[in-house]
Write a protein that binds this ligand. Sequence first.
Ligand SMILES: NC(=O)C1=CN([C@@H]2O[C@H](COP(=O)(O)OP(=O)(O)OC[C@H]3O[C@@H](n4cnc5c(N)ncnc54)[C@H](O)[C@@H]3O)[C@@H](O)[C@H]2O)[C@@H](O)CC1
Ligand SMILES: Nc1ncnc2c1ncn2[C@@H]1O[C@H](COP(=O)(O)OP(=O)(O)O)[C@@H](O)[C@H]1O
Ligand SMILES: [K+]
Length: 537
Amino acid sequence: MISAYTGTQIRAAEQPFLAAGMGDVLMQRASHGLANAVVRELQARSRRLYGASVAVLAGKGNNGGDGLFAASFLAARGMRTTAILTAGTAHAEALAAFERAGGRVHLLADSNASQLAAHVAGADVVIDAILGTGARGGLRGAAAGLVRGLSRGRLASGMPGIVVACDIPSGVDADTGEAHAPVLSADLTVTFAAAKVGLLADPGADHAGRIHVVPIGIEDELPWPAIRRFEPVDLARLLPQPGRRSHKYSRGVLGVVAGSADYPGAAVLACRGALAAGAGMVRYLGPPEVADLVRQSCPEVVCSTGSVAETHVQAWLVGSGMGPGDTEQLRRARDAVESGLPVIADAGALPALPAVLAPQVILTPHAGELAVLLQRLASSPDSPDFDPAPDRTAVESSTLGAARHAAVLTEATVLLKGATTLVASPFQDFYSQADGTAWLATAGSGDVLAGIIGALLAQLGSDVGRFRDAGIDPDERWAAIAALGASLHGLAGAAASGGGPLTAGRISDAVPDVWYKVSLLSKPAGRKRNSHTHPLP
Ligand SMILES: NC(=O)C1=CN([C@@H]2O[C@H](COP(=O)(O)OP(=O)(O)OC[C@H]3O[C@@H](n4cnc5c(N)ncnc54)[C@H](O)[C@@H]3O)[C@@H](O)[C@H]2O)[C@@H](O)CC1
Ligand SMILES: Nc1ncnc2c1ncn2[C@@H]1O[C@H](COP(=O)(O)OP(=O)(O)O)[C@@H](O)[C@H]1O
Ligand SMILES: [K+]
């Protein structure tokens, strides 16, 4: 599990060490970690260390101090180092160390911003150490001009060097992931003590590149994380496995209310996702012509035209491929929510459900759907407090804030789809998953995601102990299940894509193999599937 924290949480954890006079020690650890990461990055690209050119953009705070100290260590290994001081001043000891190591220093001014940008655009490594967790807002004035010019120059150079962000790309808000343009997009962010929230939420995550955490010794002081990310080993622990005496009903039955005359395929894709993600049985409710298609495509699914009340399931999936005119399906969707069972509510169900729901209802909007949902809630007399209601662009520029707000207003669990998928529980837990590939942006991909999460809800919804054992508050398990589903969907999409185009059906086809591979991570080394600890007689 990756845990991420706000800048405020990190600063609070540092406080006892600063009070004990250990600020310099922390900075040494951070800058050594940064320098080592630069060395590894050059080595991974088979680039020579000796003579490599390194440019550090250094602000006046401790972030700049980290960058200058790191560059002084790199100079000691024979690299040619240049610093551009973006604020006229810099961390005094770090600057002195940099100069002692033979680094060249330039003071940034409006008059030389474009010239300096051109000068460092061809560097083998650019370290962005302008702003860190102490930033308020984004880059301004000459620093903004420098970064704009540098971004253009790198694009034009054809063979740009490596950009390494120190702690966080300057201009990205560590607490929210909001990005104040211009931001120099990094190939790698070397972040200290723990990941920052802003690295795990879009659009900040767009600029962060890969994330490498350098421990600096304050980690035991960190509080409950502001946001978490499951890794494959967590899936191994949390995904269900059937017991020897399991039967299809005990495994978990998912009811699916999806598809319409216009979008019958969504029902098929959702059912295929659910079957691939281990539901003991899938029961489909919907119009006869859609049910026929589901039967033909997935003969495992039990189809009927009945009601929600007559259908015995452990969880419901509602809404994929449904529109405002699908009156009967929308009534079933509302009945499913009223049943009190766990529900994943997707696409067409989102505008049709009551404004206030419950944590076991998981809403799965993309940014456009979330904007519409928030606009509806803002105009509802029950929730007049969200002002102004955002449009899609506003949601995309503040994904975490928008997801959190929707969860608070609806009292439901909200999963916001995108390159990074965010899950906000209406209580306190947040998850961020980014296991997939941009090839997942394909029609029907969201229907498969709904099916996967639906199947996990049916299997895991009542398994309170599994979550408690994993350190997850049982009341927060709905958010965890949604994040597990997003992770599985992403991993399956990445496996099925293999770097090339993807169709939605292939995501579900890839789920069982991904599931098997991650489940091996929980097994003691040396034991394989179908192996026996004792040979059979
Ligand atoms: N406090 C510590 O002990 C440690 C801090 N570390 C580093 O220190 C960083 C935080 O350092 P600081 O608190 O000094 O903050 P920053 O280095 O992020 O910069 C804040 C400085 O820039 C100014 N500033 C804020 N917003 C600005 C803007 N939009 N444009 C221009 N100037 C702006 C502030 O007035 C302040 O002087 C972390 O990101 C990390 O890199 C690490 O060295 C680890 C230890
Ligand atoms: N650029 C991207 N990178 C990774 N995953 C993406 C990207 N864009 C979309 N996705 C994922 O693909 C799925 C798309 O879902 P959705 O927008 O509902 O598609 P549809 O309505 O066509 O089924 C979501 O799981 C989303 O997180
Ligand atoms: K930075």
